[in-house]
Design a protein around this ligand. Structure first.
Ligand code: NOJ
Ligand code: NOJ
Length: 430
């Protein structure tokens, strides 16, 4: 392992960083490694599952074969993290690398928006809420949690973000011809998703863990954001009537989101109107990190449910307390290893890397750098010297577990890195 370690240029450069516990150095190493792996996992070339050759623009969730699919949610979050990095921290060379991937993601997204899964799984319109596609861009036709209506919202957010960057770089004509057009029936990538969201956000659908059907805090938060940022873009591009419609739907969503506050339990619950199922039946607490993820991915700094809301604080504290008691590894610090929800049984129910990083990002965003660092230190504690991050951390022995190099983990590294850097800079201002 030591040899492999020296061979990787990134690690050689920062060799000492892994030998001690300095969070700045560690996160810096991880963001370089993360960027490298994210770029590798977009338009990969290997046929690792069912001999399927990846279509350019597909973003694989992991290179472990059973996750070698393009998930709409993971892909959109990964692309958005790249765009945040592009704007905030990327070198000229890194920007070039990122820029190459974006038209590929656009082409792939447009393609899969018109790919229909077997009708036995639902009416054709649900194809926009389809969770995952084969890497060659064909439909996944086996049983899965459907529809997942966070996906099209997140995809729209990622394209609005890219459109904004393009417009700032003087490329509005590309945006107008390739990314957003006012035409109805929708024929542009953003409009297709956002018309679907604006008419279907009330539909019962499946949450980001792909397990439970119902109404979900996470999905509603990101749907609201997608409608608002698209409305702003639509207005700027002259599609004013559509903008009004999107805003009206975002406002309606807001009142439904506030219903997830459970005064008696003292936290925002993840799901309302859940449809009875095996999993729903043992998920008694309804306490779930997807609520915090919904705030991180969905909050807009516009006064609606800011991260500083006392109800958010209460929810985060309940989550930390619950996971502290749930996992053997949490008998010792640093920080607390965080899972999806306390009753989780997926692969034994373990802490996850991206959920632990979400708590770090939350603390950075509310200016509590020391608290945030405890959760990054927790992830660091379980990370091998190579820096590679699996999806999960074994709840008993603390070793990395489940699929390797989960692409979403590195998106979480980039956004935690940015949030920390911003918090440090803000704290330095007199
Ligand atoms: C696969 C999903 O991706 C995962 O989130 C879920 O927990 C398991 N299936 C069990 O339903
Ligand atoms: C399972 C997770 O629960 C889900 O959120 C994710 O989209 C897939 N794995 C792929 O990473």
């Amino acid at each position: 392992m030591f040899k492999a370690f020296l061979l990787s240029s990134i690690v050689v450069l920062n060799f000492n960083a892994y030998a001690h516990t300095d969070i700045s150095n560690w996160l810096n190493c991880e963001r370089l490694l993360g960027l490298k792996i994210i770029l590798q996992n977009i338009s990969p070339t290997k046929a690792l599952l069912n001999n399927l050759i990846p279509r350019p623009g597909s973003v694989v969730a992991s290179t472990t074969p059973r996750y070698y699919y393009h998930w709409t949610r993971d892909a959109a979050l990964v692309i958005d993290s790249l765009l945040q990095y592009y704007e905030y921290a990327a070198s000229a060379e890194e920007k070039n690398e990122i820029r190459k991937k974006l038209p590929e993601y656009l082409e792939l997204s447009r393609h899969i928006q018109d790919v229909y899964t077997d009708e036995k799984w639902g009416p054709p319109i649900f194809n926009l809420g389809e969770a995952k596609f084969n890497v060659d861009g064909s439909a996944y036709n086996d049983f899965w949690g459907r529809p997942q209506n966070d996906g099209p919202a997140l995809r729209a957010v990622s394209f609005v973000h890219w459109a904004r960057i393009l417009m700032a770089e003087g490329q509005e004509s590309f945006v107008r011809s390739q990314i957003y057009t006012a035409n109805i029936p929708a024929n542009s990538v953003i409009k297709k998703d956002i018309e679907y969201i604006s008419h279907h956000w009330r539909d019962l659908n499946v949450e980001p863990w792909e397990e439970v059907k119902g109404d979900h805090f996470y999905n509603r938060m990101v749907q609201r954001k997608s409608l608002i940022v698209t409305a702003q873009l639509a207005r700027d591009l002259g599609d004013v009537a559509a903008a009004g419609w999107y805003i009206s739907q975002a406002k309606e969503i807001e009142s439904t989101i506030l219903k997830f506050w459970d005064e008696q339990r003292g936290y925002f619950v993840a799901t309302l109107n859940g449809v009875p199922s095996d999993i729903h039946d043992y998920k008694h607490s309804n306490l779930d990190i997807s609520v915090l993820l919904g705030l991180l991915h969905g909050s807009l700094d516009d006064g609606f449910l800011p991260l500083t809301d006392p109800r958010v604080k209460k929810t985060v504290e309940k989550l930390i307390e619950a996971f502290k008691q749930t996992y053997e590894v949490n008998k010792h610090g640093p920080g607390v290893a965080i899972g999806r929800y306390p009753e989780d049984r997926y692969e034994g129910g373990n802490p996850w890397v991206l959920t632990t990083l979400a708590v770090a990002e939350y603390y950075y965003k509310i200016g509590q750098i020391d608290k945030g660092d405890e959760f990054v230190a927790r992830v660091q504690y379980h990370t091998p010297a190579s820096g590679n991050l699996n999806e999960q951390i074994d709840r008993n022995n603390g070793y990395m577990k489940s699929v390797e190099d989960l692409t979403w983990n590195y998106a979480a590294i980039l956004t935690a890195f940015i949030a920390r850097d911003k918090a440090i800079k803000a704290a330095a201002v007199p």
